[in-house]
Ligand binder design. Structure first.
Ligand code: G3P
Length: 218
């Protein structure tokens, strides 16, 4: 199972990378805006700065929504660094662009996926990664985790190579359930990754070990 961090914040990316468990980064236009990154050159420089921190797989999302625009923008993003994965929205022209990128050897992440039908289309088009949004489905009273299970099952049926990248993960149980369901990748905020560390019995046990050691050595 791969861990991606879902942020454009360089400090958080560095902290997750230094933990030694990070396999990649996902961003989106909202996350870039949150960091105050605006203007084509600044956006490119910021993606390069992210690529310089991690080993591989940095999803950079296109803004264009027409085939020609997505292809042009995606090619420019891919030129920034070999680590870039072009993130393309699940729309008709997006599917056509994913097919094109696939034939050109450019990796893609199909985003804003909310149904099994969309997942099948993206895999048929040759997407490298598929991003179903769990939390946003939960927000409107659909079960996001059910969708992850359904897509993993369908992809296994046909041996699709597209990796299921569970996104919009809000808490540690989302991540753990995704692991049970067989998602290939999870992308989540830093607090979800570090949240996996926590257990009160670990804290209590460590305090006891240290106290016993101190007593024996006093
Ligand atoms: O990057 C896509 C996705 O992970 C967004 O998550 O929390 O804004 O629904 P969220």
């Amino acid at each position: 199972m791969k861990f991606f961090i879902d942020t454009a914040n360089l400090t958080e990316i560095k902290e997750a990378y230094d933990l030694g468990v990070l396999d990649g980064v996902t961003t989106n236009p909202s996350l870039m805006a949150k960091e105050g990154i605006r203007g084509d050159e600044n956006v490119r420089n910021h993606y390069k700065a992210i690529c310089d921190i991690v080993d591989d797989k940095v999803s950079a999302e296109v803004i264009a929504t027409d085939f020609e625009g997505i292809v042009k923008e995606g090619k420019e993003l891919a030129k920034i660094d070999d680590k870039i994965v072009v993130k393309v929205p699940m729309i008709k022209d997006g599917i056509k662009a994913i097919k094109y990128f696939s034939s050109e050897g450019i990796r893609t992440n199909c985003t804003l996926v909310f149904s099994a039908g969309q997942a099948i289309l993206a895999a048929k088009a040759g997407a490298s990664y598929l991003s179903p949004f769990i939390g946003r489905l939960d927000d409107i009273a659909f079960d996001g985790l059910d969708l992850i299970g359904q897509i993993v099952h369908i992809y296994q049926n046909y041996g699709f190579e597209t990796e299921v990248l569970a996104a919009s993960i809000r808490h540690t149980m989302h991540l753990i359930k995704c692991a049970e369901l067989g998602a290939d990748v999870v992308t989540c905020p830093l607090k979800v990754i570090t949240g996996l560390l926590n257990h009160p019995l670990t804290d209590k046990g460590l305090a006891q070990f240290l106290a016993d050691h101190a007593k024996a050595n006093s």
